[in-house]
Design a protein around this ligand. Structure first.
Ligand SMILES: [Zn+2]
Length: 69
């Protein structure tokens, strides 16, 4: 990988190029940082995971075959 000094990424909100030296990195501005925080707060990134249900299903689907085939 070539070294080019500043790493550049795109703002996850508005897709504008942001340098790693930017004080708001990885966002291009305080505005985009606030928008991202708002997404977390509103649950936009939350993935539902019914752990208890999955555990039950695994137990039920355990094969009890000790048959020699
Ligand atoms: Zn932005």
């Amino acid at each position: 990988m070539p070294r080019k000094g500043n790493l550049k990424l795109r703002c996850p909100i508005c897709k504008k190029v942001v340098k790693s030296a930017d004080p708001e990195f990885p966002f291009c501005s305080d505005r985009c940082r606030t928008i991202d925080l708002g997404k977390w707060a509103s649950g936009a990134y939350v993935i539902p995971s019914p752990v208890a249900d999955a555990e039950e299903q695994i137990r039920e689907s355990m094969p009890e075959d000790e048959n020699d085939s």
